[in-house]
Design a protein around this ligand. Structure first.
Ligand code: NCC
Length: 265
C-alpha cells in the first residue's frame, strides 16, 4: 500500500490498538482462582487524564544525558523493568509514576522481584510475551499479598499483537513474529493516557552508544537495534509519527507524540 503520513499513522494507531489492562470481571479471568487479586478498575480509570508524560527508555545513551530535571517536570513518568533512579537522578530523574515490567523480571530469580525495593515505587504494569512457558500467577499473587496497597496491572495480551500488526502493516519487509519491546508497548500505553508524550532515548541522540543500559556496564548493539523484538521497525514507525524536531532527537534524544485524546481523526 501507500506509505502513510505521520498524522495518518497516528490515527490508524489510535483506531487499531486497545492498550487495556485486565480487570477481575473480564473473561476468561473472572473464573480463575487468582481473579480476586486483579484490579477492579482499569489503569486509565485509576490514573485519570494526564497532561504531560515522560517515557524513559533504559538506553545506554541516557548515561550523562543530564535530563533528570526535564524528565521529572512531567505529570507522570514511565520506566521499564529493572531500570533504577537511585544514583542516576541527574541523568534520568527520580520520579516513577509507573513501571512496565516484562515476565522475565517476574519469573527469573536474579531480579529478586518479590524482595527488591526497586519495584515498590509507583504503579506496576506487567506484560507477558506469549507464548511463554512460566506460570506467573503464583508470582503475581505473592507480590499482591506482600504489597496489597500497590496497584499492579497486567496488560491485555491482545494489545501486543494489535501493535505488532500495526508495525508490520506499515513496513515493506516481513518483521520477526515476536511482540514489540516494552519501550514500544509503554509508549503507546502512555499515548492512551496522556495529552502529550515525550519519549527519551528511544530514537538515539548524539550520545548513541553500544552501551546497552545507562545502569550497567554491558555493551551490545542489539539493545538499541533489536534481535528478538522488532526494535528497528518500531523505531522507524515512531520516527514517522514524531511531532518534535530532528534537533530534539539529536540533542535530547526526545520524541514528541500526541496522546490519542489530542488527535482529530
Ligand atoms: O532492556 P530493556 O528491554 O529492559 O529496556 C527497556 C526498553 O528500553 C528501550 N531500549 C533499551 C536499551 C537500548 N539500548 N535501547 C532502547 O531503545 C527498548 O524499547 C526496551 O524495550 C524489554 O523490552 O522488556 C527488554 O527487557 C530486557 C530484560 O528482559 C529486562 O531488562 C529485565 O532484565 C531484554 N533483555 C534480555 O532479555 C537480555 C530486552 O531484550 C528487552
Amino acid at each position: 500500500g501507500r506509505r502513510l503520513t505521520g498524522p495518518e499513522l497516528l490515527c490508524q494507531l489510535k483506531a487499531r490498538v486497545q492498550p487495556d489492562t485486565l480487570t477481575r470481571d473480564m473473561q476468561p479471568f473472572s473464573s480463575q482462582a487468582w481473579r480476586d487479586q486483579l484490579p477492579s478498575h482499569s489503569l486509565s480509570a485509576h490514573l485519570g487524564a494526564l497532561n504531560s508524560c515522560a517515557v524513559v527508555t533504559s538506553a545506554g545513551s541516557l548515561h550523562r544525558a543530564a535530563l533528570g530535571k526535564e524528565i521529572d517536570s512531567h505529570d507522570a513518568v514511565l520506566r521499564f523493568n529493572a531500570a533504577p533512579t537511585a544514583g542516576y537522578e541527574n541523568d534520568v530523574g527520580s520520579k516513577t509514576t509507573l513501571r512496565l515490567i516484562n515476565s522475565q523480571v517476574m519469573a527469573t530469580k536474579d531480579h529478586k522481584f518479590l524482595s527488591s525495593s526497586l519495584y515498590s515505587t509507583g504503579l506496576l504494569v506487567a506484560w507477558d510475551p506469549a507464548p511463554y512457558s512460566a506460570d506467573l500467577r503464583e508470582q503475581y499473587v505473592q507480590y499482591r499479598l506482600q504489597h496489597p496497597a500497590q496497584p499492579f496491572y497486567i496488560l491485555h495480551p491482545r494489545f501486543e499483537w494489535q501493535l505488532w500488526e500495526q508495525i508490520q502493516d506499515n513496513m515493506a519487509e516481513s518483521i520477526q513474529r515476536n511482540p514489540p519491546s516494552s519501550g514500544m508497548l509503554g509508549t503507546v500505553l502512555m499515548m492512551s493516557l496522556c495529552d502529550t508524550v515525550h519519549v527519551y532515548e528511544y530514537l538515539p541522540s548524539k550520545r548513541k552508544t553500544k552501551l546497552c543500559h545507562y545502569y550497567q556496564r554491558f555493551h551490545d548493539d542489539a539493545c538499541t537495534l533489536g534481535a528478538y523484538h522488532p526494535l528497528l521497525y518500531e523505531k522507524n514507525l515512531v520516527k514517522r509519527m514524531n511531532q518534535g524536531s530532528d534537533r530534539d532527537i539529536y540533542t535530547l534524544g526526545r520524541v514528541t507524540l500526541p496522546g490519542f485524546r489530542s488527535l482529530n481523526c
